[in-house]
Design a protein around this ligand. Structure first.
Ligand code: PHE
Length: 340
């Protein structure tokens, strides 16, 4: 019995240490331990040489060995199956061939705006969409009961008047000024929210790019030249521009900039309300109170700010007449931008 026991132990450790590195190795293992003429069968033949009182122990040892070999085979067989099923799943890290999608027109225009301002030294700043009262309103010279808060119908979070979905990306300007001393030259693209009824001309969310330039001796001339540069690069040299005086609590003086309607060419249509002009942005010289609120020396520095809606610019550039198309995800609409 001792001799047979030793053989069984040896085979057991062989099974125990076995690792299949290939399917050929696994197949060899299967033939040796589980095949039609496997090595265990020869060993079972030894039972006739075992004294009766040890026959039972021998049987137990042989059974153990057989179970161990079966378990080992199963282990590597499932590994192999997992591997081959993994190979049939798509590898998401591979580069895409025949890419079917296209960028959303809002992204295309946003990237274009970032590129144009980048040419004249503006970098990009971003911040969160859920804002506190200070960054969205108070720091911008809009204290709690200021009537101009009504200009931007606000979504509050959990009806808490301190937390809201930002109504403009001016909040990003505040955050930037709080942490950066001039010179500051940055644009703030992002999504903003206002509680407006959805129609062809208004939506409860849209996208803005605001801009801020603060340094010593910045004047309204700098503001106008920067915005002229932008519209001519964006729409082309033919575009006509006019400024109108306006009011924003965070800028003084304030203005709005119109361009000639790119849809009807200035002759009058529903988009320009028959006027031939379309307002594309608000702007002005940053109010000294805003600088002071953001810990910037208003005696030493001055600056300008502007803000424009990306949807409006996109509609004018691509002759789109309904704002809702941007959020409906209709592929027939989106596909038209695959070459842009
Ligand atoms: N924050 C203003 C708005 O969303 C736009 C603006 C920005 C106007 C900066 C002037 C200066 O309506």
């Amino acid at each position: 019995m001792q001799a047979q026991k030793e053989i069984i132990e040896k085979l057991k450790s062989e099974v125990f240490e076995f690792r299949a590195n290939s399917s050929e190795e696994l197949e060899k293992f299967r033939i040796r331990f589980l095949g039609a003429k496997n090595i265990l069968k020869d060993l079972y033949g030894e039972i006739k040489n075992i004294p009766n009182e040890h026959k039972k122990d021998f049987g137990v040892l042989m059974n153990d060995l057989k179970q161990l070999a079966e378990a080992k085979f199963e282990e590597f067989k499932t590994l192999k199956e997992e591997k081959s099923s993994a190979q049939t799943k798509p590898d998401l890290s591979l580069p895409v061939e025949n890419f079917e999608g296209s960028r959303h027109p809002i992204s295309i225009v946003q990237n274009k705006i970032i590129d144009i301002f980048g040419e004249i030294g503006f970098d990009v700043s971003e911040a969160q969409e859920i804002e506190d009262d200070w960054h969205n309103f108070s720091a911008l010279n809009l204290p709690a009961d200021h009537p101009a808060r009504d200009m931007q119908d606000t979504f509050f979070v959990n009806q808490n008047p301190d937390w809201m979905l930002r109504t403009h990306t001016s909040s990003v300007q505040v955050r930037l000024m709080e942490h950066t001393q001039p010179p500051i030259r940055s644009i703030m693209p992002g999504r903003v929210y206002r509680n407006e009824t959805i129609s062809a001309r208004a939506h409860c969310y849209f996208h803005q790019v605001e801009g801020l330039y603060i340094a010593e001796k910045v004047s309204f001339v700098d503001l106008k030249q920067t915005l002229y540069y932008f519209v001519k690069r964006f729409f082309g040299d033919h575009v006509k521009v006019r400024f109108r005086p306006s009011y924003f609590p965070f800028t003084e003086p304030s203005a709005e900039m119109d361009i000639d309607c790119q849809i009807c060419g200035g002759s009058g249509c529903s988009v320009c309300k028959q006027s031939g002009w379309v307002e594309i942005l608000g702007c002005g010289m940053v109010h000294p109170n805003v600088l002071t609120n953001c810990k910037i020396d208003a005696e030493k520095y001055s600056g300008f700010a502007f803000g424009m809606g990306i949807e409006r610019l996109t509609m004018l550039k691509y002759q789109i007449n309904d704002l809702r198309l941007f959020s409906e995800n209709d592929v027939r609409f989106l596909r038209q931008f695959s070459g842009a």
